[in-house]
Design a protein around this ligand. Structure first.
Ligand code: GTP
Ligand code: MG
Length: 201
């Protein structure tokens, strides 16, 4: 898919105030610092459309971007960031889960996980929450530039094994590196295929 335009629309912490247009929407979620905002910049080929930072906790609101004037990309705050106060963390959790349970325009969520780490309970719990609520999602492994190909393969296999303990099938997944532009076409093609399947409905 060719990205002709990518524009920031608005930020807020209240799902009721998100844009009302009924156009397909895709949201990126995962732990703080996993690379959600960087991935949005890679997908759109815009260096600083979404704000990134080496320090976790950079994105604190629900951010809507409109792509090709046809669909939304949504950058969300991370979950599981220990250094924000407990009460702030609770607020994140609440509006993140409200976003996922109330946002009818959401076509699919992308749960980002850092390919370097073993499967973490918080990510598996979040996937379980999505599954139990019938919210479709794919997994995006991030920071693939940090591992050698063999290690990538091993980490993905480990992840699949753990997922198959709770899921009947492994969810759709992508291997990406925002630093090296890896996985961009695959994710964009997937979004494009979902957008066109919805036009047929
Ligand atoms: P929060 O907004 O805090 O939840 O974080 P985020 O998930 O949006 O992460 P962000 O995109 O801000 O990236 C966090 C850090 O990881 C930054 O220092 C990025 O440069 C780095 N990073 C993101 N993606 C990649 C990647 O593919 N490879 C490498 N090596 N670093 C990455
Ligand atoms: Mg961010």
């Amino acid at each position: 898919m060719k990205i002709k335009s990518a524009e920031f629309i608005l930020s807020n912490s209240d799902v009721a105030k998100c844009p009302k247009n009924n156009i397909p929407e895709y949201a990126f979620i995962g732990r703080s610092n996993v690379g959600k905002s960087s991935l949005i910049n890679m997908l759109t080929s815009r260096k600083s459309l979404a704000k990134t930072s080496g320090r976790p906790g950079k994105t604190q609101l629900i951010n809507h971007f409109i792509i090709n004037k046809e669909w939304y990309l949504v950058d969300l705050p991370g979950y599981g960031y220990a250094r924000v106060s407990k009460s702030a963390k609770k607020t994140f959790q609440k509006f993140i889960t409200q976003y996922f349970s109330l946002r009818e325009q959401l076509v699919t969520g992308f749960v980002l996980v850092d390919i370097r780490h073993k499967p973490q309970p918080i990510d598996l719990d979040f996937m379980r929450y999505l599954g139990e609520n019938g919210i479709p999602f794919s997994i995006i492994f991030t920071k693939a530039d940090k591992l050698k190909p063999k290690a990538i393969e091993n980490h993905v296999e480990d992840y699949k094994k753990i997922l198959l303990e709770t899921w009947e099938e492994v969810p759709n997944y992508f291997i990406t590196s925002s630093s090296n532009n890896v996985g961009k076409e695959e994710v964009l093609e997937y979004i494009e295929s979902l957008n066109s399947s919805m036009e047929l409905e």
